[in-house]
Design a protein around this ligand. Structure first.
Ligand SMILES: Nc1ncnc2c1ncn2[C@@H]1O[C@H](COP(=O)(O)OP(=O)(O)O)[C@@H](O)[C@H]1O
Ligand SMILES: [Mg+2]
Length: 344
C-alpha cells in the first residue's frame, strides 16, 4: 500500500532550475509514467522520490509520512522503495542468487528466509533456472530481470524504474513491458516509471506526466494525452502529428497559402491546426484542401504519403484497402476527420 504525494517540489543544481514547482498525487497501485525528452528532469524527479537527491524546496510524502521536507529527510533504505536503473547495475562478481539476496543480507534476514524469498522472486521474474549463473553468462534482458528481482526482494510498496528497457532490443523491450505490468499487478505495488519512449508510456501507464524542461505539460490517461493533448508540445511528442499555420475567424480558418476550412471553435487570430496522419481523408476529386502527393509508399495496410499543401508538408496514412496506391505528383483533396486547434 503506498501513495506518493508531491507538494511544490522544485530542484535547482546551482543556479539552474531543473524542476519547476511540481505537485501531484500518485495513487496506491497506480502505474505513473514520467515522459519527456532527454534532459527534462525525469531522473531528477525519480531520485528525489527515492531519496538519492534532496528537493530544493517542497515536500514529499509516502502515504502519510513526510520523507522529505519540513526539516525531515528519510534516507533511501528506509523509504520502502525499490529502484531499477537504466544501466543493469548488477554486481558482476556475484551470481544471480547473491545479487538478488544482497538487500536482504544487509538487512540481516535469516539464511532460510533469504533462500525462500529469493527463490520466490526469481520465479516471478522468470529467472529460476539461472539462479547460479554469473551476470556475464546472462543476456541484457536477463540482467535487467536480476536488477528487477533485487529491487523487489525487500517487498517495497513503491517501485521506481528509470528507463529500464532502453538498453534492450526492440522485441525484448515489448515483451518486458508485459512482464513489468504483470509484476506490478501480482505484487500490488505503485510504480513510477521513467521513459522518453512515448509508445512505452502509452502501453504501460495508468497516467502519464509529460515534462518539458522541468515543467509539467499535462497529467492524463494515455488516451486523453493522445486525443486531447494540452498543447503543441504534447501533441508533437506523443504520436505522429502534422501542423499547419492559419488564422481563425468566426466561421472558418484560413490557412497559410489562402485555402479555407469551416471552423466552429472559439479560437481567433493566429492558430496552428494539428492533425494526426490517420485522421486525414484523401479524395481524388473533391475535398476541402487542395494538395499534391509528393511521395507515396504502398505498404499493404496503409499508404504512407507525404503531401504538399501550399508549401506545408503533411504526412498522411491512408488505408491501403480503401485507396490502392497513389501516383507521385498527382493532385488530391484532403479532409480532416479530427483535428486540434492551438492558439499561437
Ligand atoms: N548532479 C547534477 N548536477 C548538475 N546538473 C545536473 C545533475 N544531474 C542532472 N543535472 C541536469 O539536470 C537536467 C535534468 O537531468 P535529468 O533529470 O537527468 O533529465 P532526464 O532524466 O529527463 O534526461 C539536465 O540538464 C542535467 O544536465
Ligand atoms: Mg534520465
Amino acid at each position: 500500500m503506498a501513495s506518493i504525494t508531491l507538494s511544490n517540489i522544485t530542484k535547482f543544481y546551482g543556479k539552474v532550475q531543473v524542476i519547476e514547482k511540481f505537485s501531484g498525487v500518485f495513487n496506491d497501485h497506480e502505474f505513473i509514467t514520467l515522459l519527456g525528452p532527454s534532459g527534462c528532469g525525469k531522473t531528477t524527479m525519480l531520485r528525489m522520490i527515492a531519496g538519492f537527491e534532496k528537493p530544493t524546496s517542497g515536500e514529499i510524502k509516502i502515504n502519510d509520512e513526510i520523507v522529505s521536507g519540513s526539516g525531515v529527510f528519510v534516507p533511501p533504505n528506509l523509504r520502502g522503495i525499490g529502484m531499477v536503473f537504466q544501466s543493469y547495475a548488477v554486481w558482476p562478481h556475484m551470481n544471480v542468487f547473491d545479487n538478488v539476496a544482497y538487500p536482504l543480507k544487509i538487512q540481516k534476514v535469516s539464511r532460510a528466509e533469504i533462500k525462500k524469498r529469493v527463490e520466490n522472486i526469481l520465479e516471478a521474474v522468470h529467472l529460476a533456472p539461472f539462479i547460479e549463473r554469473m551476470p556475464n553468462e546472462l543476456s541484457g534482458g536477463q540482467q535487467q530481470r536480476v536488477a528487477l528481482g533485487r529491487a523487489l526482494v525487500s517487498n517495497p510498496s513503491v517501485l521506481l524504474l528509470d528507463e529500464p528497457l532502453s538498453n534492450l532490443d526492440a522485441k525484448l523491450r515489448e515483451a518486458m513491458r508485459f512482464e513489468i505490468k504483470e509484476i506490478q499487478k501480482n505484487f500490488g505495488i505503485t510504480v513510477v516509471y521513467v521513459t522518453h519512449d512515448q509508445t512505452e508510456a502509452m502501453a504501460m501507464s495508468d497516467r502519464i506526466i509529460v515534462f518539458d524542461r522541468g515543467v509539467v505539460q499535462q497529467v492524463d490517461t494515455p488516451m486523453n494525452i493522445y486525443k486531447n493533448p494540452a498543447n503543441e508540445f504534447v501533441a508533437d511528442f506523443v504520436g505522429k502529428i502534422n501542423f499547419i499555420n492559419g488564422t481563425a475567424y468566426e466561421n472558418f480558418i484560413e490557412f497559410q497559402g489562402g485555402q479555407k476550412m469551416n471552423y466552429n471553435g472559439d479560437k481567433r487570430g493566429s492558430v496552428v491546426v494539428a492533425v494526426r496522419p490517420e485522421n486525414i481523408l484523401i479524395n481524388r476529386e473533391r475535398g476541402i484542401l487542395k494538395s499534391k502527393i509528393l511521395q507515396s509508399y504502398y505498404l499493404g495496410d496503409i499508404n504512407d504519403c507525404r503531401v504538399d499543401i501550399d508549401g506545408t508538408i503533411f504526412r498522411v496514412t491512408a488505408p491501403g484497402k480503401t485507396y490502392g496506391g497513389f501516383s507521385n505528383g498527382s493532385e488530391v483533396f484532403l479532409d480532416f476527420d479530427e483535428y486540434l486547434v492551438f492558439q499561437k
